[in-house]
Design a protein around this ligand. Structure first.
Ligand SMILES: NC(=O)c1ccc[n+]([C@@H]2O[C@H](COP(=O)([O-])OP(=O)(O)OC[C@H]3O[C@@H](n4cnc5c(N)ncnc54)[C@H](O)[C@@H]3O)[C@@H](O)[C@H]2O)c1
Length: 333
């Protein structure tokens, strides 16, 4: 199939992951043919179970390996979401994090460049590092802790991805959009790599202790994944957005201690909330950010985007999906 075909053909790396699987569903619903590359390191094939297979191809491999057998000119667009993610994974396995995030992104950018295929690169609010400014604007300076603090390996690796993508845009005219995600949440997100909302919801469903790291006064802004995946194709399809970096998320802040209480209230849970010092949770060199709020003006000017799904609905939908997964695991046991 060549790019001349009427049907849009799209490549999604990390398509069996949390955001990726929702994006694949969105693209298929737009009538696109989608190829997923995913090595299933943190993603799961079951995330794609409910999707029609006619226009979906799944390649279970690392990005760098899989693209050797693909023609970049066949794709109308590429979404590069594959990455080593999650605070716990990053702190425990920094070599894997750096290799995956830098080398795989470099490979997919070369691939896209060779046929000028438009590409969206998933980045993160972590690139703002330990800046205390709020809200974060795309043009802000960034400040990182020393390399002895392992958690900054993720921020630095994603920052290099942004530099590389923008360099391909400038030097090769590659159509690139950089999406800096701020705490995207929703059904199918898992807590085992340190993601806060699924950890809290899982604990609350079993009336188990909810562990809040630090004093719980740190704030984050949560945005439902179903809002985000509707936005991503409009960014890549809009010529004004090419070569640009966008904060993506919701700008409503909530303290993490308050989030734990909201989860308990929403799910009528009896869970106790426990506050665990950072050094106990992550080791002595861990440094967390106090606030992380996006300035969304650049995104809103370009697209008019506003998150619409209330956090309580996200909590309820995530709880429903976790319960469903637990009961199907029990019936298989
Ligand atoms: N969820 C968030 O709040 C959030 C916030 C900031 C940035 N992001 C970024 O969004 C993207 C998607 O994150 P997510 O939350 O869906 O996490 P996820 O772990 O569910 O998705 C990542 C996917 O990439 C796959 N993968 C990892 N290494 C790979 C490799 N070498 N080759 C092929 N596939 C590989 C994993 O198996 C997984 O399916 C990532 O780039 C992440 O850095 C997410």
């Amino acid at each position: 199939m060549s790019r001349k075909s009427k049907t849009r053909v799209t490549l999604v790396t990390g398509g069996a992951g949390f955001i990726g699987s929702h994006l694949v569903a969105q693209l298929l619903s737009r009538g696109e043919c989608v190829t997923v590359i995913d090595n299933l390191s943190t993603g799961r094939l079951s995330n794609l179970d409910d999707l029609p297979r006619d226009n979906l191809t799944i390649i279970n491999a690392k990005v760098g390996q899989a693209i050797n057998n693909l023609d970049p000119a066949q794709f109308h667009s590429i979404y590069h979401l594959a990455a080593a993610v999650g605070v716990r994974l990053v702190v425990e396995d920094p070599i894997h994090t750096i290799h995956t995030n830098v080398l795989e992104t470099s490979a997919i950018l070369e691939f896209a460049s060779s046929a000028s295929t438009p590409i969206l690169i998933a980045s993160t609010s972590e690139v703002y590092g330990k800046s205390t400014k709020t809200p974060f604007n795309e043009k802000d300076d960034v400040t990182y802790g020393p390399p002895s603090q392992t958690r900054f390996a993720y921020a630095c690796s994603k920052s290099i991805d942004e530099h590389l993508a923008l360099a391909h845009n400038r030097e090769h005219d590659l159509p690139v959009v950089i999406a800096r995600f701020f705490n995207i949440v929703g059904p199918r997100q898992v807590g085992q790599y340190g993601m806060v909302l699924p950890r809290f919801v899982s604990a609350a469903l079993g009336d188990k202790k909810i562990e809040v790291y630090g004093d719980g006064r740190q704030t984050r802004c949560f945005c439902d994944v179903r809002d985000v995946v509707k936005l991503l194709p409009t960014l890549l399809d809009n010529p004004k957005c090419l070569g640009e970096v966008f904060n993506i998320g919701n700008d409503e802040q909530i303290e993490i201690g308050e989030l734990a209480k909201l989860v308990c209230k929403t799910l009528s849970s009896q869970s106790e909330i426990a506050y665990i010092p950072y050094d106990v949770a992550f080791g002595p060199d861990f440094d967390d950010l106090k606030n992380r709020q996006p300035d969304l003006s650049h995104l809103q000017n370009a697209t008019g985007f506003r998150a619409t799904t209330p956090l309580t609905q996200t909590i309820n939908d995530l709880a429903k999906q976790i319960k469903c997964k637990r009961s199907s695991a029990e019936s298989l046991a």
